[in-house]
Ligand binder design. Structure first.
Ligand SMILES: [Zn+2]
Length: 164
């Protein structure tokens, strides 16, 4: 049959992946406010790292897909491992990912990300897009103003997806 060959899910997925020098596969498509990449199909949105796990490592179950590398928008299947939610939380706590604005689980920037944002000389709107946060949020980080409370207002609309 003539016409455009159908692009497989894997090919489409990989077209959004930027392989970083660090070994991380950085998700270059849409990222949510909590930093996780989102893989959209006409049918549904899926968390990119979960899709990666499914495509490369096999079946998912009720457990979370956790990042060994701590890069929330990394989708390298070798950096992903299944863990329970409480393990995930403990892991995050242990790694200091939960220190700020985290009370309600709505501000998901890591210390490293905040640092990157502060040092970045990209346009604020580009940074906002990259990290899935508002431009105002970027601006407040850059100006060093307290964003703890603003973080609460941002919220996460895909909470359901996130918890699976
Ligand atoms: Zn990684």
């Amino acid at each position: 049959m003539a016409g455009r060959p159908k692009i497989s899910e894997l090919e489409r997925f990989m077209s959004h992946v930027h392989k970083d020098d660090s070994g991380c596969w950085i998700w270059s498509a849409f990222c949510m406010k909590n930093g996780y990449g989102l893989f959209s199909t006409p049918i549904k949105n899926e968390l990119a790292h979960r899709v990666s796990y499914r495509l490369f490592n096999g079946q998912l179950d009720a457990r979370d897909v956790m990042h060994k590398c701590d890069v929330t928008n990394c989708v390298n299947p070798e950096h992903l491992v299944l863990g329970t939610r409480s393990e995930n939380m403990q892991d995050a706590k242990a790694k200091g990912r939960m220190c700020f604005g985290e009370k309600h689980g709505r501000s998901k920037l890591t210390n490293e990300q905040v640092d990157l944002i502060k040092k970045s000389d990209k346009f604020q709107k580009d940074i906002a897009l990259e990290f899935g946060i508002s431009q105002g949020h970027v601006s407040s980080l850059k100006n060093g103003t307290k964003w703890r409370n603003q973080g609460f207002k941002l919220g996460i609309t895909q909470e359901g997806n996130y918890h699976r």
